[in-house]
Design a protein around this ligand. Sequence first.
Ligand code: WTA
Length: 670
Amino acid sequence: MDKTKVAATKNITSLSQETRVFPPSKEFSKRAHIRSMSEYRKLYNESIKSPEKFWAKQAKNEVVWFAPWKKVLQWKAPHAKWFVGGKLNVSYNCLDKHLNTPTANKAALIWEGEPASPGRAGEERVFTYKQLHREVCLFANVLKRNGIKKGDRIIIYLPMIPEAAIAMLACTRIGAIHSVVFGGFSAQSVADRVFDCQAKMVITSDGGFRRGSIVPLKKNVDEALAIKDAQGVSLTKTIEKVIVVRRANNDIHIEEGRDVWWHRELEYVNANCPAEKMDSEAPLFILYTSGSTGKPKGILHTTGGYLLGAKMTSKYVFDLQETDVYWCTADIGWVTGHSYVVYGPLANGATSLMYEGAPNFPEPDRFWRIIEKYGVTILYTAPTAIRAFMKWGVEWPKKHNLTSLRLLGSVGEPINPEAWIWYHEVIGGKRCPIVDTWWQTETGGIMISPLPGATPTKPGTATLPFFGIVPEVVDDQGKAVPKNCGGKLVIRKPWPNMLRGIWGDPKRFVETYWSEVKGSYFTGDGCRQDKDGYFWIVGRIDDVLNVAGHRIGTAEVESAMVSNLKVAEAAAVGRPDELKGQALVVFVTLKTGVQASQSLREELRNHVGKEIGAVAKPDDIRFAEALPKTRSGKIMRRLLKQIASGIEIKGDTTTLEDLSVLAKLSSSDE
Ligand code: WTA
């Protein structure tokens, strides 16, 4: 039995005792890109022994280059440059490359809109590679017409509609850097991101559909563009233009001279737009993600390495074949949407499905209806969604024919074995391998995952590293820990699609990722390796929570909370949650004279929603007279976590400044 013995690092223990093993079926392996463990090991060993040779060969085979590179890797830790001197274009590799092949007339993007009545399917749009190429060229010319040049930053704040993918690809076509902001984020978050990357343009829509109602995206943008800093200077003064897609037909304000309609602009351009020859290390996109301070980090990815990583991982982890209909359910606002809705699948000439809305609209069988309708063969989703499906009941998937499915994927958080087995049996009909893929915004693509035709899987583990990836579990001194010991997960060697930095903050890049364990990339995750070398991710060990697969920085929530004038102090912690994995609990002390009440609790939840976005709204707010602190004044989160989880307080409380605070907290839920 796989049992954790001791934790080499404080507070990292893994209690999973899963022993079931699921080898790939012969039938699956026979047709797969990688057909056996020995094939995987051979390639993996090659990729580790001579990484530069391995990556050079892959880059040559997988990517179209306008000019060859001079050097495969230039590594001055922690700064990597891949395929130095090489020239390429991402949109060319996703579109033009397929034009004079049979792929040209294959569906590149199948899109389904959310609005639908019960028992009915929704609106549908399909773009072949040829059509998508044309749309991207047209819109790239719209960008140019509106003053966008190579290197300019553009915020994309759109619902899950084809225009989101088109806008991303159009940016890459002309060398503009996109930063997609998830449609669930607030006006304040949009403004902060515009300011941080000094964006010149926002691309948005009038509104978007979500669970039957309209999210007023353009209104949020208007609000964002009106926000001023403490000195009264506009945070977003760099914005020159806003391009608006008509989607929900809701009433919006159009600011003359600044705002233009997407469909109107198309009338002024043609579809002739050659792809810009970009440097391999030219910035491709910035994507903001939570960290352990109050300010999200702009993770920077560059062109050549990112594309190669997205393409190869899509091909091998999802075992993409000519006839697949591949569906990744992630929103385009997250890195999963970047690498596995848009860039990875399209670079492979695959058919990528995109769905606009919620999994339970109009009824809880929407996903299964979509799978049946389009004959989806590969489904890539998140454990939190799987747990929701379990709760809604097997009758919903049972209503539909899901036999087209041949492979299932999971991402975003550790998948609990119960959900894994349910996914395997109810959705996969026991015939589909499951790839549990571990990776991060920073890693650009999948890092640890089974290869479905080769790797025997075990419920709850992402198993083994992808080619070229060298993960290790280490102790506080950075030394590898023995098998079955908990520790910190680090990556020892550079890889092509690793982040290149944090936009505008080189110091934070070094401090966050390269200082914890000297010479290695620190993931922020706790982990252990079992006797077979499989990696079991335990979860974050920094001050970042994973709520329903979304990264939320506790410091970010705290700073949003204390920006409310009634709040004196706040401490955010996670507690285990059956559905979301982790739920967000915030302990709040109020300013003198402010009364705790249910309505104040609601007010504060909405306040955080307004500051960050609905994803960060606390599940629970607990008012307290004081927070437990050490004598040096640090909030004792460990204790708060235990209180939030209803666990009896154990461990050392001798550093606690005022013991009586504890007793009050445990019973202070009003
Ligand atoms: C967690 C999402 C366990 C992990 C692609 C990581 C996972 C963070 C898994 C990154 C998995 C993601 N098993 N944990 N298969 N996938 N995580 O940046 O804590 O939104 O550090 O990227 O999610 O979240 P991010």
